[in-house]
Ligand binder design. Structure first.
Ligand code: HEM
Length: 421
């Protein structure tokens, strides 16, 4: 994007843009969400770790499949020989197989833990939408590779809308809602029980999305659907999103950890980006400018909301998992550092600030149609991402920042981390 190969320089549906979109949605976000689910579904469901070799195998299969898809998209862009086009559906099939391998143990764990905990309900619905997304993507890919009659421009827009709805909202956002309810309550020491408001969030967002998706599918197959019904489904969906944001605000206000760590502060900015996306989508729909605003809103959604939340939560999860591996067994036997000693918030805060400022500036430039300025902002956003990735790498491989001995939980005055202190 920054170099001008994909959107915003090219069109949203140009094959190179599609290559970039799937690097992001499969290579970054889907792998990230599976990583989060492998770690947290057993915790959410109060079951022992369910994954093992299927998780590793699925990672390999998805990565190889994605490489095939990328080659197929590049062949459609004439950057590779046309004989590579069938790699698009072949790669998509591998991605579907890899996702099924990853999803199976997660689904099994969820199934064994019925009735499901509140946050686990979002995760299970997310998995259903993932299957719908992959199935539709594969159908497009087969049509593109093997049907001479279907051209890019003639690809049914309803089908694409369903693919995007189930992927960005169903798979990513429903799962992010469930994981964020669990993680933010855990990391900020806030009550996880959400009561009637939480149920309203689940029913409106998942129910509205499922209704919008099914009505869209009926329309795409030529059935007449009353416009009022579709509008109602989208209104329920938007209301579910708005109530979720309200509930997260309520949860954060009720937290028992007064000082917000960098990961929680980042999550709040990501939630603000989600609010702006929701507001922008509603306004653009009312004014009939949704098509025109799809690029800027999609950018803010993928980078501000989904990636912003993902990066900020990784900033806690990576040190937390590293801490458990390195010091979990030593707890109570010798002094150990805190989880937060594995990162340096002072060093890394400016990169998170640059990340969100660049994404905000990029969205503004995009909305104003200033492509060059947008690309410059994407450059800043890229630099910040690399520096955050470096911070995560250092959390895993570096030495803890504070190495002076601390009193242990046993006999010590200061308590040591249990779940994410
Ligand atoms: C989690 C999985 C996926 C997500 C979130 C996702 C997301 C998206 C998005 C957002 C677009 C619109 C791109 C744009 O307008 O620039 C798109 C288009 C497309 N996707 Fe996916 N995708 C996923 C998986 C797949 C898979 C496995 C395939 C199969 C190869 C696939 C094939 C396609 C194709 C061919 C298009 C273009 C359709 C058209 O031009 O009408 N997708 N996808």
């Amino acid at each position: 994007m920054a170099a001008g190969a994909a959107y915003p320089t090219g069109s949203l549906l140009a094959p190179v843009t599609l290559a970039a979109v799937h690097l992001l949605t499969i290579g970054w976000l889907t792998l990230l969400v599976f990583g989060a689910l492998h770690q947290f579904v057993p915790v959410i469901a109060a079951r022992s770790q369910a994954t093992g070799w299927p998780a590793l195998l699925s990672l390999l299969v998805i990565v190889v499949g994605l490489a095939g898809m990328e080659a197929g998209f590049l062949a459609l862009a004439d950057l590779l020989a046309p004989r590579a086009i069938p790699l698009l559906p072949a790669g998509g099939t591998l991605v579907l197989a890899g996702a099924a391998l990853a999803a199976a143990p997660i689904a099994r764990t969820l199934w064994s833990a019925r009735p499901l905990a509140f946050s686990a309900r979002f995760a299970s619905l997310g998995l259903v939408f993932l299957l719908a997304t992959l199935g539709l993507g594969l159908t497009f890919a087969l049509a593109l590779a093997f049907s001479e009659t279907i051209q890019w421009a003639a690809m049914p827009t309803d089908g694409l809308r369903l693919h995007v709805l189930s992927g960005l909202l169903g798979w990513f956002t429903l799962t992010a809602m469930g994981v964020s309810y669990r993680l933010l309550s855990m990391f900020t020491l806030a009550p996880e029980e959400r009561g009637a408001l939480g149920s309203a969030v689940l029913w409106l967002s998942a129910g509205g999305l499922a209704a919008a998706w099914l009505l869209g599918a009926m329309e795409a197959s030529g059935l007449a659907v009353p416009a009022a019904l579709s509008t109602l489904a989208y209104v329920a969906l938007a209301l579910g999103g708005a109530l979720y944001l309200f509930d997260m605000g309520r949860m954060l206000r009720a937290r028992r950890r007064p000082k917000l760590e960098l990961n929680a502060a980042g999550a709040i900015v990501a939630l603000a980006a989600f609010s702006l996306c929701l507001l922008g989508a509603v306004l653009a729909t009312i004014t009939g400018r949704l098509q025109e605003m799809a690029g800027p809103l999609g950018y803010l959604f993928v980078f501000g909301w989904l990636s912003g939340l993902g990066l900020s939560q990784l900033y806690k999860i990576v040190p937390f998992i590293t801490w458990l591996e390195r010091y979990g067994a030593l707890l109570g036997k010798q002094p150990v550092p805190r989880v937060q000693d594995l990162v340096d918030e002072r060093r890394d805060r400016p990169w998170f600030v640059l990340y969100f400022v660049a994404v905000g500036a990029g969205t503004l430039c995009a909305a104003l149609g200033s492509t060059l300025e947008w690309r410059i902002a994407i450059g800043g956003h890229l630099l910040a991402t690399l520096m955050i990735a470096r911070a995560l790498w250092l959390a895993r491989s570096g030495k803890p920042r504070l190495v002076q001995p601390r009193p242990t939980a046993i006999g010590g005055s200061r308590s040591l981390p249990t779940t994410g202190s």
